[in-house]
Design a protein around this ligand. Structure first.
Ligand code: FAD
Length: 586
């Protein structure tokens, strides 16, 4: 190979002997998307020159583990860094330059300007192809009085180390986390685990947007029960000395404030270079992650992608998609054809003792995006393994499917056990265009410590197909308060001992075991709403009554357990009148 060194740091490598000419690839950003692109480019082209610029001190660190440093689950901040520039050089022959910020792109010359942020030195590098993976920036709005509080964001190792040291070294007691998304929830949990007084403020009516209001109530309860001062539906209005002031007038003591209200794609370089920006405000790319310049690709949090279910452009800040996009961009650079099937947002989060996973569309997304989709919801709460096994826990599972096709649109699962496995099944089902009938028929692994012979996913398929076939009608937990207040006829089909423990105020107890003998107590001239613990026994009761000539009977989805979770947090935090004598979460 002939190598010509130019004065401006640019090498031209010319391969002799019939091999293809080596290329020079520059990558902006050295973490999820950037490092993955670099590694794939190397695998596809051993002779190419690959330089990866990272303005911060570290490349290839685990963003996703950052919050766990606050609780000490990840003890050493240094261990969050997965690869060093030396390792990149030794193992992959990739030139990873930390503290090097790309400040401009000259598209005509196919050249970038780079600034060494330590020395201030500026230089240029030429490229054959440039790949942008600059990620996203934490949004910190200019709220009145922000200078009165110590504000932190969590994006990288430096951020988390700074926050952790500040809290520990200054023996900080009160921390407010603003924003109840993934990062806010994880930071709040880990600070609470570390013994801090934590307030979590969310402007929307509930935390965790990938979940609907009904499912999010389970997480609200979990936060509340673990001593997090969770405030929803209230916005930060201003700050006073070590104090957060909310729209409601509430004041929260906070010697440290973590801003986690969301991220904004880092489009600064792209905008300056005149690259096209999409409708969502992120970098516009085609199906191969090529920007409006054919020699510049972009991946990760900075771009907008195609949502395979809504058919709309969307921003997705998740590590899996960033890495898949990186691979596809590198493949395309090397002339490999990869079909872009879009994204559906599979995600999972831990919230104290609960795990919460979701995929695809939820009810609130369908409404917010004004999608013209007719759908139905199947909700089940079976055990996540055989009841005799230690650690069997209820798994709250909500499935959305399209009417009339039965096509699976999305799902949410929250429980103490294995929710990700179930959500991965649904993600796969969506990928292959499955319907509720397919979920019903899926043959999934079973032994008592792992699941049940009919898995949670199968159960959701059963309920979904029954609803699709019109076998029975249902109302949801959210409807129950209105039913109680309007004096509707509600039948509790649990056994007497369960009813005596706690029940819906005004509900009549006719246990399933006595139902057939006591049908004369159930009116035929008005709607009748039945429930049990989880909606399974009441489904049997509804089916029996329908066959005995009752036309107007409804199953209450989620049952008494679902209602208890749905009502609890708002009851205890607002002091409103309860619709149950007491809750039962088991
Ligand atoms: P990043 O990984 O953020 O990398 C971008 C890098 O580019 C940054 O290091 C930045 O310094 C650098 N850069 C920007 N501009 C320049 C420039 N001009 N010159 C040089 N360098 C530049 N996702 C999940 O799927 N699951 C999780 O559990 C999860 N948890 C998370 C927890 C936290 C606290 C955070 C912050 C993120 C989490 N994510 C999670 C999201 C995931 O980390 C991101 O979606 C992913 O890292 C995006 O990859 P990226 O390459 O686009 O951006």
């Amino acid at each position: 190979m002939l190598e010509i060194k130019l004065t401006n740091n640019t090498n031209i490598n010319i391969k002799m002997g019939g091999h293809k000419m080596s290329k020079k690839y520059l990558i902006v950003g050295g973490v999820a998307g950037g490092a993955s692109t670099a590694a794939r480019l190397r695998r596809l082209g051993e002779e190419d020159e690959i330089i990866m610029f990272e303005k911060d001190p570290y490349v290839s660190f685990s963003n996703c583990c950052l919050p766990y440093h606050l609780s000490g689950t990840v003890k050493d901040a240094g261990s969050l860094v997965l690869m060093s520039p030396d390792k990149f050089k030794a193992q992959y022959n990739i030139d990873a330059r930390v503290h090097n910020e790309v400040t401009a792109i000259n598209r005509e010359k196919k050249q970038v300007t780079v600034k060494n942020v330590i020395t201030g030195e500026e230089y240029t590098e030429n490229y054959d192809k440039l790949i942008l993976s600059p990620g996203a920036k934490a949004i910190v709005p200019k709220i009145k009085g922000i200078e009165n509080v110590k504000v932190f964001t969590v994006r990288n190792v430096v951020d988390i180390d700074k926050l952790n040291r500040y809290v520990k070294e200054n023996k900080i007691k009160n921390v407010s986390v603003i924003g109840g998304g993934f990062i806010g929830v994880e930071v709040a949990e880990n600070l609470r685990e570390a013994g801090n007084n934590v307030s979590l403020v969310e402007a929307l009516p509930h935390i965790m947007k990938p979940f609907d209001y009904d499912m999010a109530q389970i997480l609200h309860k979990e936060m509340y029960d673990h001593g997090v001062n969770l405030i929803v539906g209230d916005k930060v209005e201003s700050f006073e000395k070590d104090t957060v002031v909310l729209g409601s007038g509430k004041k929260i003591e906070a010697e440290a404030v973590v801003m986690a209200i969301g991220v904004k794609p880092d489009t600064e370089l792209a905008v300056k270079a005149g690259l096209e920006i999409g409708e969502t405000g992120a970098i516009k790319v085609d199906q191969n992650y090529m920007t409006s310049d054919k020699d510049i690709y972009a991946v990760g949090d900075a771009i907008e992608v195609y949502n395979a279910l809504s058919g709309k452009k969307t921003k997705i800040s998740l590590a899996g998609p960033a890495q898949k996009q990186a691979r596809q961009a590198a493949d395309h650079i090397h002339g490999k054809v990869v079909r872009n099937t879009g994204f559906i947002g599979s995600s999972v989060v831990k919230c104290f003792d609960y795990n919460a996973a979701s995929v695809g569309l939820n009810e609130e997304m369908i409404e917010a995006l004004k999608l013209d989709i007719n759908y139905e919801v199947a909700k089940v709460i079976p055990g996540d393994k055989v009841g005799l096994m230690p650690g069997c826990e209820p798994l709250h599972f909500k499935l959305l499917f399209e009417i009339p096709t039965g096509k699976v649109l999305g799902a949410q699962a929250i429980g103490k056990g294995n929710v990700d496995k179930r959500m991965d099944v649904i993600a796969t089902a969506i990928k292959f265009g499955a319907t509720v009938d397919d979920l019903r028929d899926l043959e999934l692994c079973y032994a008592p410590p792992f699941g049940t012979a009919k898995d949670v996913v199968n159960f959701a398929g059963y309920v979904g197909t029954n609803l699709l076939n019109g076998s029975f009608k249902q109302v949801r937990e959210k409807d129950v308060r209105g039913l109680v207040e309007s004096g509707a006829f509600i039948v509790d089909v649990r056994e007497k001992n369960e009813y005596d423990l706690s029940h819906i105020i005004g509900a009549k107890n006719i246990p399933l075991s006595q139902l057939r003998q006591r049908t004369n107590e159930i009116p035929k001239d008005q709607p009748v709403y039945l429930h049990c613990r989880s909606a399974q026994r009441s489904y049997n009761a509804v089916m029996a009554l329908q066959q005995l000539g009752f036309q107007n009977v409804y199953n209450i989805s989620g049952g008494f357990m679902g209602i208890s979770f749905y009502e609890y947090f708002d009851d205890v935090t607002t002091g409103r009148k309860k619709i149950v004598t007491d809750y039962n979460f088991l």
